[in-house]
Design a protein around this ligand. Structure first.
Ligand code: ASN
Length: 326
């Protein structure tokens, strides 16, 4: 099998510096050496290091575009793709890739680590080897393949992952969707009887300023959100309470949302709770949002909603079409 591995940055390939850990350009060579040491891995690996390696907290939607275009340019030359990425924004990137490579017929696995590979007590190789194992299992299985985030034995659907722990090996959760596979000594697979649609690849030109996040918190005022809903914003993730609620006793706040949706901003309601779904209109406090034109993100993670808004807006779809796609 031919596997393309892209190192984009992140802890997995970091080394110490005066300011703390930074990505190391020599990491690709170290990884090549590690993989060549194993006789069991009879694959052709191409390991590329991006020219600008980043801590993923510096990632922007333009970086999703770069990764997407890189994979697209190599699509016919490889059987599987592994993206080595920092954990901080890995869930955003895996969601973005899952929209760009919808119903992917080849495995695209995003992974990284909590502790750098140069350390003795590291999770780097266990995650890389797990990602390779997932590629082996899914290679040629057009119907079971797709974009996934692999971490600490869990193969999570790309648009379902959430960074849930700062320091556990299990850094990611899949709050509202069972993992596709769990890797212990062997794989345990969740069977999917969903008939896949034909695959599409679409890598839009991302506009970094197009999407914002509106946090709901006790005492939130118009002044807090006004700057966030600036003129060039076309989409917003509203981080609501519980089953999709926000204060409904402040007419100015609701008027601000209504004015934004009236001018075509797509505002999607997602709960601050770690899991569960938005239930539109269950409470009066939630109905007020519906009246202001806010739509439900149901049980999506805020990372996936943020990436989907960017993807749809970047694709140049009309306001109505974006609403329909949600
Ligand atoms: N700050 C790092 C990053 O996201 C964290 C990690 O990779 N574990 O790049």
């Amino acid at each position: 099998m031919k596997i393309y591995i892209a190192y984009t940055g992140g802890t997995i390939g970091m080394v110490p510096s005066d300011q703390g850990l930074i990505p190391d350009a020599a990491f690709a060579d170290h990884l090549t050496q590690h993989l060549n040491e194993s006789d069991e891995l009879a694959h052709d690996f191409v390991i590329a290091s991006y020219p600008t390696l980043i801590d993923s907290s510096n990632a922007t939607p333009k970086d999703w575009q770069t990764i997407g275009r890189d994979i697209e340019s190599k699509w016919h030359d490889f059987d599987a793709f592994i993206v080595l990425h920092g954990t901080d924004t890995m869930a955003y990137t895996s969601a973005a890739l899952s929209f760009m490579f919808a119903n992917s017929e080849k495995p695209i696995i995003v992974t990284g680590s909590q502790v750098p590979m140069y350390k003795v007590r590291t999770d780097a190789m266990i995650n890389v080897m797990g990602a390779i194992s997932a590629c082996e299992e899914l290679n040629g299985e057009k119907n079971r393949s797709g974009v996934f985030l692999f971490f600490a034995g869990r193969l999570i659907e790309g648009d379902r992952a959430h960074k849930a722990h700062t320091s556990d090996w299990q850094a990611f959760s899949s709050p509202n969707c069972p993992e596709r596979g769990l890797l212990g000594i062997d794989w345990r697979w969740r069977s999917t009887d969903v008939v896949k649609q034909p695959m599409t690849i679409q890598i839009p030109d991302m506009d970094e300023g197009a999407v914002t996040i509106l946090p709901v918190f006790p005492g939130v005022k118009v002044a807090h959100w006004q700057g966030l809903l600036s003129e060039n914003v076309k989409g917003a993730v509203l981080l609501s309470y519980g089953a999709g609620n926000a204060p409904d006793k402040d007419p100015a706040l609701l008027a601000l949302l209504k004015a934004a949706t009236d001018r075509g901003v797509v505002i999607v309601n997602v709960s601050q709770c770690g899991a569960g779904s938005v239930a539109e209109g269950a409470y009066a406090a939630g109905s007020a949002l519906v009246k202001a034109g806010v739509i439900s993100g149901k049980d999506m993670t805020y990372e996936a909603v943020f990436a989907k808004l960017h993807f749809l807006i970047g694709s140049g779809l009309t306001h109505q079409e974006i609403l329909r796609r949600f």
